[in-house]
Design a protein around this ligand. Structure first.
Ligand code: SF4
Length: 592
């Protein structure tokens, strides 16, 4: 029997905090991380039946028509922010008469919105095999969930979630790893905590399921054999969710790194209790194993807000926890939320002070969003405060999908000011200095080709093209006083370039929306001042229209092209309003 040609396609992300889109280009890379989930699913397809094509990651390259034409079936995996691109892929595949199988967090939460032919939802370890069996037998149904398939109980934990100890190594051979800044490897799934706004527990449960140390060593061997050197993101929901297992993993990881000359640096996500005293062995073990960075869900320095979010693990001396982690040698990146219930006036200001005084160089601040299936979503629904779905973008998104407790426009205004302040060069490099002081002498990997490229690109951008005094000062200061961390200083400059590009463009879109309203008002005023009885009245109205429309178009053209979509609606709305106004005038004139 002829094998079925499978084309895995990973949808495009809009520009986002995590995409580092404007930073990775400076490193000579095309995207931050590869589609590990899709590469793992590819490894689960039996080769005797399926002929896997190379993965098309649309964040790296466009999807070509002939690739769709030549494939028998398309597989996609997506998160909420990728929904638009995912739908476009499905539509294009359907034009070529090809069926599409979709999975991942977005279809799992919003399957009713996905027009794929087959939806393989939840964790692939449970749902993929039953789908493949049915598909090969010609009797596949449309939706496969963890609840509607026959499950192999030996492959499940007591809580009914799949064990991950049999999960295969991703098919890295289907990707060009050189396109990426970092690799993404998963060690565990699930989190023991249950924060009100978080969808992790709904998707992956509260039991932290881990791979074995041997399995992880095999994963790292595979990447090493594939010639990968550099950063690896352990994309766990909470890396320390299963502390006893992490304690077993870290010595194996350290040994592997030593044996191979520390080819990898690790970063991951963890809960704030990593900074508690009883986790100091894990913290030190992480540093010895080559971790240099951790993302923490800090959310708010305000204990009342934390309590309302069911985030008890963050209570206590939050600053001390952050400091402990930094002093051990890890950079702390933090997620922060504005607009939660229980928040008091001045929250953005307090958040800024916390970030600034604690050297959190890269904070990820976002307006609270209610994700489907979370406790927050259900509560807001009950309270009649829900408005619609989340965009899935946790930062640089200027709106709420629910009615916030505090006045909405005040919150959005505070948030915009916060973004501007956080990514202002002076404030940013002040935080870098605080972090360097706390971290002291820390291990830095040898300089890579990407580091050298980044140096030349960032110097061109921030010293020559758009001179940034604060950056030049920081770079020189580091070169003279702390040359060992010079590559880190370069990387910090590259990251800032990304955040500033995003912040500037996001705020420009907002400003544009306001400007368009002003233009319309100006148009109305101009028309009101015109004498209506004169024969050239409509010629003058048209001239005024032309003027304001061309100004709106000119300003639109100045917005960063990646962000114009956010302003397009306002521009079109202006055209519509102007034409309706003209129609009304014509109606009045003819009636006269
Ligand atoms: S600690 Fe993090 S991953 Fe765990 S439930 Fe809270 S927000 Fe989600």
């Amino acid at each position: 029997m002829q094998r079925i040609k499978v084309l895995p396609v990973f949808p495009e992300f809009p520009p986002s905090f995590w995409s580092y889109r404007y930073g990775v280009k400076m490193l000579g890379k095309k995207a931050t991380m590869p589609p590990t989930g899709l590469a793992t699913v590819a490894a689960m397809l039996p080769e005797e039946h399926f002929d896997l094509q190379r993965i098309v990651d649309m964040n790296v390259e466009p999807l070509r028509d002939e690739q769709l034409r030549e494939a028998d079936i398309i597989f996609t995996s997506s998160m909420i922010v990728q929904r638009k691109s995912n739908e476009e892929i499905i539509e294009r595949a359907h034009k070529f008469g090809k069926k599409v199988v979709s999975g991942g967090p977005y279809p799992t939460s919003y399957h009713e919105q996905v027009s794929a032919d087959y939806l393989v939802l939840g964790e692939a370890e449970v749902t993929l095999a039953p789908f493949l069996n049915d598909f090969l037998g010609g009797k596949a149904r449309r939706i496969y969930t963890e609840k509607n398939v026959e499950r192999d109980l030996t492959q499940l934990t007591k809580g009914g979630k799949p064990i991950v100890t049999n999960t295969p190594i991703p098919r890295w051979d289907l990707l060009n790893l050189n396109n990426y800044y970092s690799m993404a490897v998963q060690y565990s799934r699930g989190c023991p905590f249950d924060c009100e706004f978080c969808d992790i527990t709904a998707l992956f449960g509260r039991e932290s399921r881990t791979k074995t140390p041997e399995q992880m060593v095999r994963e790292f061997d595979a990447l090493y054999q594939a010639d990968w050197r550099g950063a690896i993101f352990l994309v766990d929901d909470n890396f320390i969710g299963n502390a006893p297992n992490v304690r077993k993993l870290l010595p194996a990881l350290e040994e592997w790194q030593k044996k191979n000359g520390y080819p990898f640096s690790f970063l991951t996500e963890a809960s704030v209790n990593l900074g508690n005293r009883n986790f100091s062995d894990i913290l030190n073990g992480m540093v010895k194993a080559g971790f240099d960075h951790v993302f923490l869900g800090i959310e708010s320095p305000d204990p009342d807000v934390l309590k309302k979010m069911d985030k008890g693990q963050n209570l206590g001396d939050l600053e001390e926890k952050v400091r402990n982690i930094q002093k051990a040698g890890l950079e702390v990146t933090g997620g922060f939320i504005i607009g939660a219930d229980g928040e008091k006036e001045g929250a953005a200001e307090r958040l800024f002070d916390f970030v600034q005084s604690n050297g959190i160089v890269v904070p990820m601040p976002g307006l609270l969003t209610a994700l489907k299936d979370t406790k927050l979503y259900k509560r807001l629904e009950k309270e009649g405060r829900l408005r619609g779905d989340s965009s899935g973008n946790h930062t640089h998104s200027l709106g709420f999908n629910f009615v916030p407790e505090r006045e909405e426009q005040t919150l959005i205004g505070e948030y915009k000011t916060l973004l501007g302040k956080l990514f202002d060069s002076k404030n940013y490099f002040e935080r870098c200095r605080t972090l360097n002081e706390r971290r002291g002498d820390f291990h830095k990997m040898s300089v890579t080709k990407a580091d050298v490229k980044a140096f030349f690109n960032i110097v061109y951008e921030k010293v020559i093209r758009h001179p940034d005094r604060e950056f030049t000062k920081y770079l020189l200061e580091t070169a003279v006083h702390s040359p060992s961390i010079f590559p880190v200083a370069v990387a910090q400059g590259v990251k800032l370039h990304h955040f500033q590009t995003m912040t500037k463009a996001t705020l420009a879109v907002e400003e544009y929306k306001g400007h368009v309203d002003t233009l319309y008002e100006r148009f109305q005023e101009r028309v009101a001042d015109m004498k209506k009885e004169t024969h050239d009245f409509f010629d003058r109205v048209s001239a005024a229209e032309k003027e304001i429309v061309s100004e709106a178009r000119r300003k639109y053209g100045k917005i960063h092209s990646d962000f114009r979509a956010g302003a397009r609606g306002a521009y079109k709305n202006l055209l519509q309003r102007v034409s309706q106004y003209k129609e009304q005038l014509a109606g009045v004139q003819s009636a006269v």
